[in-house]
Structure formats: C-alpha cells, structure tokens
Design a protein around this ligand. Structure first.
Ligand code: PEP
Ligand code: MN
Length: 362
C-alpha cells in the first residue's frame, strides 16, 4: 500500500477547466497560492514583496472591503489603486481585487488581473452578470450559507455571459461551531469535482479566523485536491487593519507554499517547465527524501535495538531482496539494477548511522 492513491484520490481529475490569472494557470499541474494582506493598506507594496518572496504566485489586492460593521476600515478605495499598480510592477505578480458594486468593475479592470466576488456578494446577480461581461477571471467565493447548487447557480450567472474563467473558492460556511470563524467544508472539494469541471480554490484564512489554524486547514485542502489556495498574509499580522487575527506571517506562508510544491511533486510530477522551476522542484523533492531518510534511520536504530535484545541477526537478506523488488515496481524509470544499488546503499548507511552498532558483514 502506498500513499499516492490517497493523495491522488478521487478528487484529482485530469479534465479540470483551466483558469488564468495573468500568466498563472489554475486547474493544471501546479497549485498556486494567492496571498497578501486582507486589505490594501499603507505599506502594501512591502507586504506584497514579502508575499512574493514567500512564494505567492498571485497577490491579494483588495482596495474595497465588505465589512460587517460600517465603522470598520473599509479599504483605501481608489487611493489604494496606485499601490496595486506598484506592487504588480515590483513583484511582476498578477493581482486580484474585489468589486463591491457593478461600477467598481470598470475601475478595477485597469488595475487588477482577476475579480474576486466575496461571500457576501455571491447572491448579487447584477454583480455576477457584470463580472461575467467583463471577461476577466472571476474568483467566486461561496456564500456563507450557500449550498453547492446555489454556489454553482451563481457561477452560471458568470458563465452565461460567455465567461468560463471562473475559479470557485470555498471559504468556510456558517455552522453551530463558534471556535472557528467559519467551518471549512473540505467535502466541497471532493463533491464539486463530480458536479463541475471548474477549478476549486480554498481560503483557509476566512474559514479558520485564526492564524494558528490556517496551516492545518491549508494542508487539508491540499491533500483533498484543491487547485489553489487563497491566504491572508501580513509581515506584521497584529498591525493589519483588517482581519489581523487570521493573518499569517510570510515565514508560515513559505512553509505552506513548500508543502504545496512537495505535494505537487509527489502527485503531479510534470509541474515545472524551466530549469529554475525544475531545480526548485528537485530541491523540494530532495528535502522530502532526506527528511524521510532521517526518519528511516531512526526506525533502523529502533529495529536494531529490538533485534539485539532478541538475539536476531543484524541483516535479513530475504527481506532486503523483498524491499528491492517492491521498490523496483515503485520506480520503473530507475529500473531494478539501480534500485538494487540504491536500496543497499540506504540500508548500509542507515545501519552505519546506528550508534554503537558498527556495520556487520552481511
Ligand atoms: C476576502 O477574502 O477579502 C473576504 C472578504 O472574504 P469572504 O468574502 O470570504 O468573507
Ligand atoms: Mn479578510
């Protein structure tokens, strides 16, 4: 039993409709991370650069904020647009922004690469129609209490305008639980695969409502087969003017991006298309391989201690042959001969690393 069938699981499909945000493709091999502060605020360009350095592929650039209370910070409005322009120029990354009203779309189209329809606007049919007519990519968040059918019906409003550049985004739903801001509905990723070919993103930030839980939810979304992540990230989370509690640091974002890359390398190996990108992927795979080897060495030490206590021989050649045969089936590209050499090198080195247990002659 290997782990890929679970990671690949029924949630992966090869015919997912591809959606572009600038040059970034969603629904293909990579799982891009869209990140940035909840709202564009003073200092946004530095926030965007930090997200870029942490590995974000697309920036959040929300200049208008749909806040629950009218007294809360509502975003910089048009004063924030030059900051988006500058962040786009400095990082070279595409930016998403949220229109609150139909008229906002004409303004945002000059500054952003995709429109995000927020949870509160999912039922705003004139806005959905106008977003569809804009021809821009639309990230359609799930309404707080929307069923899958209602969410897909909202997507139909966009696609009915001849625009199939729609990325669905699960962001947690209202339940009786109050510890989290919302309840992340991981099922949405699996179930929607059977209902639509549109790609599905997950926003763990608005689901968790607390930065501590964002990595767990992000990893759950990745494992379930999400096509992209949307995450709030701020270099100084406590200073965020909006949703400070749920903003993660660029360091944490970087770990989530690395996890996404590692998962892609394991489950969708043909991700990279340039030398630099291939090398980044190889580095990620090497990190994972050596992390596992470290774990293996610890297991070997534990086995040796037990064998010593039970007066069993250090090596079992039949078992080693079984390992070679099993792993040869797992790595047909390497072939049995190379796998044989690699397995014996790994066995030798792991035994060699056992303290006070010098390698015995097989
Ligand atoms: C957001 O992502 O900025 C946002 C307001 O989220 P939601 O619409 O999911 O509440
Ligand atoms: Mn927010």
């Amino acid at each position: 039993m290997t782990i890929e069938p679970l990671l690949l699981s029924a949630t992966r499909r090869h015919d997912t409709h591809r959606v572009s945000i600038g040059a970034v493709v969603i629904g293909g091999d990579a799982v891009p991370v869209i990140a940035g502060p909840c709202a564009v605020e003073t200092g946004y360009v530095a926030h965007a650069v930090a997200a870029h350095r942490a590995g974000a592929s697309v920036l959040r650039g929300c200049v208008l904020k749909p806040r629950t209370r009218p007294g809360s910070f509502q975003g910089l409005g048009t004063a924030g647009l030059p900051l988006i322009d500058e962040a786009r120029r400095v990082t070279g990354l595409p930016v998403i922004a949220e229109p609150l009203a139909v008229d906002d779309i004409e303004v945002l189209r000059l500054h952003a690469d995709a429109l995000m329809i927020g949870a509160r606007s999912m039922h705003n049919t004139p806005l959905l129609r106008a977003a569809g007519q804009s021809g821009m990519t639309v990230i359609l968040k799930r309404g707080m209490s929307a069923t899958y059918d209602e969410w897909l019906a909202a997507a139909d409003y966009v696609t009915a305008e001849g625009n199939r550049q729609v990325l669905l985004c699960e962001r947690g739903i209202r339940t009786f639980e109050t510890a989290t801001r919302n309840t992340l509905d991981v099922s949405a990723i699996a179930v929607l695969r059977d209902m639509t070919d549109l790609p599905i993103a997950v926003d763990p930030s608005h689901a968790a409502g607390n930065a501590r839980w964002v990595p767990s939810l992000a990893v759950a979304a990745l494992a379930a087969g999400a096509d992209a992540l949307l995450i709030e990230c701020h270099p100084d989370p406590a200073a965020s003017l909006c949703d400070a509690q749920q903003a993660i640091t660029p360091q944490v974002l970087s770990r989530i991006v690395q996890t996404s890359l590692a998962l892609c390398a394991m489950t969708r190996p043909a991700v990279a298309d340039s030398v630099t990108a291939c090398r980044a992927m190889i580095d990620t795979v090497d990190d994972a391989v050596f992390q596992m080897l470290e774990y293996r060495a610890a297991m070997v030490e534990a086995v040796q201690q037990r064998k010593l206590a039970a007066l069993l021989p250090e090596r079992d050649l039949d078992r080693e042959q079984e390992i070679v045969e099993r792993l040869s089936r797992r790595a047909p590209r390497l072939g049995e001969h190379r796998v044989d050499r690699l397995v014996h090198a790994i066995i030798d080195e792991c035994l060699d690393a056992v303290p006070a247990c010098p390698r015995a002659v097989a």
